[in-house]
Ligand binder design. Structure first.
Ligand code: GDP
Length: 179
């Protein structure tokens, strides 16, 4: 029979230059494109998971330059999102601190209404020699905040990117089942 299409709104957050756009473009096209200018828009991508049609709406929220870390996350963003992907670069410690602050701010803001599932992503895993954030630190932050965690390279592989979205979708599905 005809199955209903499932929608999932995904909000991408993180500091500038960590690879949010690279991750989005990789997921949408399976390709890596180096530079694509400043974008803040919602992308749609249809996927099939466990035989079910999923319509992903991805909000690649560009981190505004010179804007203090977390104020840019508005209630509007959080209301819209069914799931969040918080991205930092493993070779940019300040971007890791941005994610730490964003996680806390999100948890604070949604204390009463409940938090949508979050996946923390350490990107640029291919740049091992420039690493300044250990895998353990990333994993620990995710554990302490009850988030999923992946280290990936949006530049090098599609597989990790796919895992992130599919894991997030599983968590969204679990969260919906509880409602
Ligand atoms: P955004 O500002 O978070 O959207 O970051 P972008 O997607 O624009 O990426 C910032 C820069 O990092 C660009 O020059 C990308 O080509 C590069 N980049 C993104 N992902 C990776 C990755 O996994 N590995 C490496 N080496 N570079 C990456």
């Amino acid at each position: 029979g005809a199955q209903q299409k499932v929608e999932a709104n995904i909000l991408l957050l993180g500091a500038e230059n960590v690879g949010k756009s690279a991750l989005t473009v990789r997921f949408l096209t399976r390709r890596f494109i180096g530079e694509y200018g400043e974008i803040e828009s919602i992308y749609n991508h249809n996927d099939k998971i466990d035989g079910r049609d999923i319509s992903f709406n991805i909000w690649d929220s560009l981190y505004p330059q010179n804007c203090e870390t977390t104020e840019s996350i508005t209630e509007k963003h959080l209301q819209w999102a069914d799931g969040l992907i918080l991205v930092y670069s493993i070779c940019d410690r300040s971007s890791f601190e941005v994610v730490r602050q964003q996680v806390h701010r999100i948890k604070q803001a949604k204390k009463t209404s409940g938090v949508s599932p979050i996946i923390i992503v350490g990107n640029k895993r291919d740049l091992q020699h420039q690493r300044t954030v250990s895998s353990e630190e990333g994993r620990l932050l995710a554990l302490s905040a009850d988030c999923g965690f992946f280290e990936i390279s949006a530049a090098e592989a599609y597989h990790g990117v796919l895992l992130v979205f599919h894991e997030l979708f599983d968590l969204i599905r679990e969260a919906r089942a509880l409602k």
